[in-house]
Design a binder for this molecule. Sequence first.
Ligand code: NAP
Length: 302
Amino acid sequence: MISGKSRVCGIIADPVVHSMSPLIQNFYGAETGIDFAYVPLRVLEEDVKAALEGAYALHITGLNVTIPHKQRVMAYLKEIDEDAGAIGAVNTLVRMEGGYKGYNTDASGLKRAMAEAGIKIRGQRCILIGAGGAAKAAAFVLAQEGAGAVFILNRDVKRARLLAREMNGRFGRELMEGMGLEDYKKLPQTRHSYLAVQATSVGMYHPMPAQGGEGGRFYGDASPIEEEGFYELIHTGVDIIYTPLETKFMAKVEKAGGRTMNGLTMLLYQGIEAFEKWNPKVTVSKETVEKAKKLVIASLRG
Ligand code: NAP
């Protein structure tokens, strides 16, 4: 129930209609028994500054930020968490005196989800596909958790090289190399020897009518690299996409004998990390996470 004392948070995005965060965050609020309300807020790109000023004036406790505002919003923050600054994107804002502080819980959410699934990063040879906002968070996690080597494959090779350079500079070692998607053929071709993280939007199911499909729904039945030979290299494939729950990338990894994880636990944990920042005295239990998982799956299937 919403009351006069409710702590109000929300998500800014454009579009925002597809967001699972209102469902998830209000569920965390109800399960932990706090007076909390979380709303979807559509914000156009040119209105980001005004939206933050308005949110501050309205005493909104915190905001999630998603496509396309994760980088733009950084210019209007009072403070930026060190890790978020290194990643170059924020997805969570917490109200402080004079404005908002920005964090990146995509990275901490991915780290927690991989650890919980027992996926080891330390010393691993890794392939990261993508060089956008989510890939930056993934690159940061791989570096922070001690990956042995990271090959960043991206359609736009310049972006891959730039991300590799930024991370190598940040971590002070030549850990990452930026390459084109096809360049996996230049890597040592040892079967089942790479941990791969798929962080592009290829294969994602788009709920927006503008993106085509019947009834406003379109399923992107594709993977960023189609050749079967690529998947022979992978022992574990993490896809950060959660719609659909099994992507074509995952199906291909499994067909080649590897294990997989989808982006659902990352989604739930990035939300928990944000929720616990807005409500510092509250901890979301493991049981709540399991219930939230079922709720999201039911909603995605419905
Ligand atoms: P983004 O910044 O727009 O980056 C998109 C990435 O996908 C870029 O690397 C881009 O390559 C690549 N890409 C797009 N279309 C492509 C195509 N047709 N062929 C090859 N590569 C293509 O988006 P983002 O914020 O990183 O999000 C990426 C995905 O992560 C989305 O599906 C999002 O839902 C998911 N995500 C999940 C979570 C979670 O909690 N599980 C959190 C954040 C994001 P170029 O650089 O060449 O354009």
